[in-house]
Design a protein around this ligand. Structure first.
Ligand code: GDP
Ligand code: IMO
Ligand code: MG
Length: 451
């Protein structure tokens, strides 16, 4: 571990921190890009979300899926932090650690957890599932959550009644708070959600058992990140979900329960916003969405021999966490315009370009018709988004394959023209392109860590 007393690097090589965020509805390929960048990072930090995330890394053909543990864990020597903005399910955390250890990774010496993280406990999962069932039967429609208890855990945090990781240090305090919280949730579960009450003792025993293993990993995350920077080490902030799933800026209420935007990398890990030096937006070359909610450029992705089916099957668009099929559609550059603004994007990485190989024509949405008027940026009201008719610009496809290409000049001319037009339209530079799932299937135009 680097200490804040370590000598600073020379002024010509200052630490530089990079934030990686999804610019769409998640699953843009953040895990792959974070892993690629970690050869320049001393530490990787998760700052929001929980194990609703599913980040897939492919290293030398071997696939690893991470949910709660930062993607830096795949590189020896990189420290991994779970910041205060993350909701932690202790049982899940341990099972994910054990899965990685079984694959031969040394996790516990490199993983550090903020004691301020709110806990996800079994009643959060029950409430999440029961609420979804109620929304379905009442006709208001499911959100399509991952069923991991994320929303109810964040609600307890904001209501100032959450059990936090730090409560695991004090069994009596934990028991008292748990009794009160469980009473409240059982009242709602039985009386309103028509579910079954949960018992105190198994939840308490399970948490105390997990505590023995979790407490040695606690750390003052903000201070540690500062220490890395002082010692000249660069840090990578790994976003989960995507901007259009953000609780404030997304397609509310069809969103997750945290702020997924770059600004939250500071609040969710305990560093100042001046420490976020470069914001890398990850953008899939088309669009996908898991769960319910408006999606203007959605195609029919279930009928064979359609473009949507091509995206779904060639892109292997199936959720990492729930196994659900992801809805697929064209790239929505008008929605990206909003993401670029909200995140303060420094540069973009366009992923899964190879999935567009073989298409005759490629559409990009550059605005919408809403009540007969043209709008150029995704509206803020979900009902208005439902009413939006996308306006497309059409590009010719390209011959041959882009799969695995590592140099910009080797891309087909039509692929370059497509990317250049997207870049001009949304007003943010494309600094990287991903042409396959493997770490090495990457084109670099401007390195986020080198500027
Ligand atoms: P994340 O949640 O943003 O980390 O993305 P996921 O891991 O959930 O989903 C992205 C999927 O696309 C994973 O299966 C990746 O292995 C895969 N992937 C990432 N980049 C590329 C790419 O450039 N081309 C292809 N074909 N697959 C990719
Ligand atoms: P990564 O990090 C895609 C979606 C769910 C649902 C909504 C709310 O892999 O990109 P929640 O369980 O968070 O309350 O569900 O958010 N969702 C994701 N979709 N990628 C994710 O993470 C997601 N995490 C949550 O499908 O629509
Ligand atoms: Mg994912």
């Amino acid at each position: 571990m680097q200490s804040s007393q370590a000598p600073a690097r020379p002024a010509n090589a200052p630490a530089r921190n990079v934030v990686v965020v999804g610019t769409q509805w998640g699953d843009e390929g953040k895990g792959k890009v974070v892993d690629w960048l970690t050869d320049h990072a001393a530490a990787v930090v998760r700052f929001q979300g929980g194990h609703n995330a599913g980040h897939t890394l492919v290293i030398n053909g071997k696939k690893t899926a991470l949910q709660l543990i930062p993607s830096g864990i795949m590189r020896e020597g990189v420290a991994c932090y779970i910041g205060n903005g993350v909701v932690v399910d202790p049982t899940h955390l341990l099972s994910e650690i054990e899965r990685l250890e079984a694959a031969g990774l040394n996790v516990r010496s490199r993983l550090f957890i903020s004691e301020s993280c709110p806990l996800i406990l079994p009643f959060h999962v029950e409430v999440d599932k029961a609420r979804e069932a109620l929304r379905e039967t009442s006709g208001s429609g499911k959100i399509g959550t991952t069923g991991k208890g994320i929303g109810p855990a964040y609600e307890d945090k904001v209501a100032r009644r959450a059990l936090r990781v730090q409560d695991l240090k004090h069994p009596d305090r934990f028991a008292k708070k748990l009794r009160e919280l469980l009473d409240l949730h059982n009242f709602a579960l039985v009386g309103y959600l028509k579910g079954t009450a949960l018992e105190f003792q198994p939840i308490f025993d399970q948490a105390m058992k997990a505590a023995e293993q979790i407490l040695p990993m606690l750390a003052d995350v903000g201070v540690q990140i500062h220490g890395h920077n002082v010692a000249g080490g660069s840090v990578l902030f790994e976003g989960a979900q995507g901007t259009l799933l953000d609780i404030d800026h997304g397609t509310y209420p069809y969103v997750t329960s945290s702020n997924c935007v770059a600004g939250n990398a500071a609040a969710g890990s305990g560093v100042g916003p001046d420490k976020l030096h470069y914001i890398l937006g990850i953008t899939k070359a088309y669009t996908t969405r898991v769960g319910s909610g408006p999606f203007p450029t959605e195609l029919d992705w279930e009928t064979p021999d359609t473009v949507g089916y091509h995206l779904s099957t060639v892109g292997q668009e199936r959720g990492t966490v729930t196994g659900r099929a992801r809805r697929c559609g064209w790239l929505d550059a008008a929605a990206l315009k909003r993401s670029v603004l909200i995140n303060g994007i420094s540069g973009l990485c366009i992923t899964k370009l190879d999935v567009l190989d073989g298409l005759k024509e490629i559409n990009v949405c550059t605005g919408y018709l809403l009540n007969g008027q043209r709008v150029d940026i995704l509206p803020l009201d979900a009902d208005e988004i439902v009413a939006c008719e996308p306006i497309y610009e059409t590009f010719p496809g390209w011959e041959g394959t882009t799969f695995g290409i590592t140099e910009w000049d080797k891309l087909p001319a039509n692929a370059r023209a497509y990317l250049e037009r997207v870049q001009a339209f949304i007003g943010a530079p494309i600094d990287m392109v991903s042409t396959g799932p493997d770490r090495d299937h990457t084109i670099l135009l401007r390195h986020p860590y080198k500027g």
